[in-house]
Design a protein around this ligand. Sequence first.
Ligand SMILES: [Zn+2]
Length: 289
Amino acid sequence: MTPVTIIGPVMLIALMFGLVTGSFLNVCILRLPDGTFFRKARSHCPACDALIPWYLNIPILGFVVLRGRARCCGAKISWQYPLVEFVTALLFVYVAMRFPFIDVGGGLEFARQGEAGMPRPILLNQPEAWRFLHALVFCCVLLVASVIDLKLLIIPDVLSLGLIVTAPIVVALHPDLGWRSSLGGVLLGGGILYIVAWAYWFLRHEVGMGFGDVKLLAGIGGWLGYEAIFPVILIASVSGSLVGIGVMIWTRKFHGKTALPFGPFLAFGAVVDLLFSQEIRELWISNGL
Ligand SMILES: [Zn+2]
């Protein structure tokens, strides 16, 4: 098999796998908050409880065929379903490109330029495979946490504490994450937001920052290391403020409180830091900053 012919299939598998996983993540988003995750095996219509046939559950295609309305009762199907599937697929393809864990001969770049038709060994790049898996699981957990936080303004402990508890496993398998960095990330991430939450309550006597956010940033620190905490907070604060201003203008509510969850912005910051920190640092250096 020539190198060029393997890149296409890998991306295609990542795309298909991403769509199917996105469909599973939709189930997690629906069932994790109320603890019904292990109860029903088949999917039912949330509006009328009718059983949904498998062919209407095919990612994105089902939504397109039904034109956004349930076949059983005509209820509107939430945009959440195709959107989560699409975003998951996009993330999977990017993560597969970012961490090319399948080596063809002397690496993909060399192989692309080298003479075609030459048989080359296809090898598994093990460190890259761990980075790939780490990024995949991390993005999935954060996507589920974000959508649940957007819908219900909570982050289930299974996800945030789950990241903290599994951090030692990441340390054991990940080629770049040391235990000091991971432990420091949990303490720094959780500590900073804990102080912010406490200070907000002390000054205004109301809950401004939920403990869900504290636990989530601690988990992010455990999986990315303490080096990621400040970039994540910076990206989350800036993007959160921009979206907050946008929502204010859109709804024309310039006074009073808009309940905008912070979790999705922390997740956004974490995924940006995970996937683009190298580019950001290079940009930084190349501009002489
Ligand atoms: Zn229905």
